[in-house]
Write a protein that binds this ligand. Structure first.
Ligand SMILES: [Zn+2]
Length: 149
């Protein structure tokens, strides 16, 4: 049991160090606030601004909404986070995954759908259907499931 606890503690510590490295490598100054926000996002994965604020407050990191917003925006510009908006509701989620991937929305949840084959099918279709459509930077399919009770 003690070994498991030690390994768990080491895992948390190395993950925190990994997160600080990512912030520094992105060219951002490392601050306790930025570290707290990035650590929160590694736990939350996808989250709306108010969910991030609640999480940080519960963790004891008291920061203003504008500070958290500015940090999140700087992370998006530095490609540490991405932003995905649900087309039917307009709700936007900060996303810890920045590489190309798709999403499934169901009720209040958002789940990653990583499928390179789907990306290739869409790209091939677009190439055939509209050859003038070039320089596609990213394909992101958003699947919205029925909101059954
Ligand atoms: Zn995602």
């Amino acid at each position: 049991m003690r070994k498991i606890c030690n390994n768990f503690a080491k895992s948390i510590k190395s993950k925190a160090m990994e997160n600080t490295e990512k912030i520094k490598l992105a060219g951002l100054k490392l601050t306790p606030q930025r570290t707290a926000v990035y650590n929160a996002m590694t736990t939350l994965r996808h989250a709306k601004l108010d969910e991030i604020v609640d999480f940080l407050n519960k963790e004891g990191n008291m920061m203003t909404l504008s500070t958290i917003y500015r940090i999140l925006e700087s992370f998006c510009k530095a490609n540490l986070l991405s932003l995905v908006c649900r087309p039917d509701t307009g709700e936007c989620y900060y996303d810890i995954t920045v590489k190309e991937h798709h999403h499934v929305f169901e009720k209040g949840s958002i789940v990653d759908f990583d499928d390179q084959e789907l990306t290739n099918i869409v790209l091939d279709y677009l190439k055939k259907k509209n050859p003038e459509l070039k320089d596609i930077e990213r394909v992101q399919v958003q699947i919205i499931k029925q909101n059954k009770q």
